[in-house]
Design a protein around this ligand. Structure first.
Ligand code: F6P
Length: 327
């Protein structure tokens, strides 16, 4: 691999708070090492459609504190085809790009691995997703902010729940992972937490809610991850409880995409800055197919394929803590 003279950066998949801070870090690290930098709009789709923008240190001013991603994001179907990737590669070559930083989740990394195999193109991944479901890092970009946003929303719902003596089912994002539900649930004092990784059973939930009423609880919160294992969506769960425990007045709140927005927390801004620096330094050092992440608060690298294949385990101890807290 020759000397790296131009690096492209893009965001791909679901956006997450901290992506802008990571772009800023990549761009400024490039400037620091006198390597040219370009941004690609809309991830792989923009790569195929030749939607590039030159970036210098000043182009990324005032964005460290902004949610979303100014480079926009997309899930590209065209990049899943050989022709799409061929066009993308031709555009990168035409523009003299010789290294790529992909900020995204496992879908984005999968695209990167395939592309690297076909064209031997140097790629480094920065994990950006609120779901925290990437192997090789204790924290993905945006996860900490999403937790704080979720806890804040649950706190607010609790105010109205307790004013009316109601039970609330609150659905949070997490199609395949329960990190947000579990941690925000414990942090916000939820009665029950339903996650994709563990089927605790509907009976258990009913028993717990019944016991709460008997022992004097007047309102309750059940946090449900989008992909929970009960087989019922949040509205069906509410109906189920109303049928089985008619003494409860039940309401549902779906937090949805709200949790993906907002200004990144200090933690996410610092994480983004650290990972961006490392990603560029790795490319300059001739490394490829790695993901940069956090391990015991140290920046660590994981093979991109391993990061895709492995799974980040939830902390089961937290389920036990939640159980004890809901006595
Ligand atoms: O992958 C992150 C995530 O936020 C999931 O938790 C959620 O299921 C999904 O994105 C929603 O994706 P979309 O924005 O395409 O609806």
């Amino acid at each position: 691999m020759g000397e790296i003279k131009k690096i492209a950066v893009m965001t791909s998949g679901g956006d997450s708070p901290g992506m802008n801070a990571a772009i800023r870090s990549v761009v400024r690290t490039c400037a620091y090492y006198r390597v040219d930098c370009v941004g690609i709009y809309r991830g792989y789709q923009g790569m195929i459609e030749d939607d590039f923008i030159p970036l210098d240190a000043r182009s990324v001013k005032g964005i460290i504190n902004k949610g979303g991603t100014f480079l926009k994001s997309a899930r590209s179907k065209d990049f899943m085809t050989k022709e799409g990737r061929k066009q993308a590669h031709a555009n990168l070559k035409e523009r003299g790009v010789d290294g790529l930083v992909v900020i995204g989740g496992d879908g984005s990394f999968t695209g990167g691995v395939v592309f690297n195999k076909e064209y031997d193109f140097p790629i480094i991944g920065i994990p950006g997703t609120i779901d925290n479901d990437i192997y090789g890092t204790s924290h993905t970009l945006g996860y900490d902010t999403a937790l704080n946003t979720t806890v804040d929303a649950i706190d607010k719902i609790r105010d109205t729940a307790s004013s009316h003596n109601r039970l609330f089912f609150i659905e949070v994002m997490g199609r395949d992972a329960g990190f947000i539900a579990l941690n925000a649930g414990v942090g916000a004092g939820a009665e029950e937490i339903l996650i994709p990784e563990e089927d605790l059973g509907l009976e258990r939930m009913l028993e717990s809610l019944e016991r709460s009423r008997r022992t004097g609880k007047t309102s309750s919160i059940v946090v449900v991850a989008e992909g929970d294992r009960t087989g019922k969506n949040v509205f069906e769960l509410a109906e189920y409880v109303e049928e089985n425990l008619p003494e409860y007045e039940v309401r549902v709140s779906v937090l949805g995409h709200m949790v993906r927005g907002g200004n990144p927390s200090c933690f996410d801004r610092v994480l983004a800055s650290r990972l961006g620096v490392k990603a560029v330094e790795l490319l300059i050092d001739g490394k490829t197919n790695l993901m940069v992440g956090l391990n015991n608060n140290k920046v660590a690298t994981t093979d991109l394929e391993e990061a895709i294949k492995g799974s980040n385990e939830i902390n089961k101890e937290l389920l036990r803590v939640s159980d004890i807290m809901s006595i």
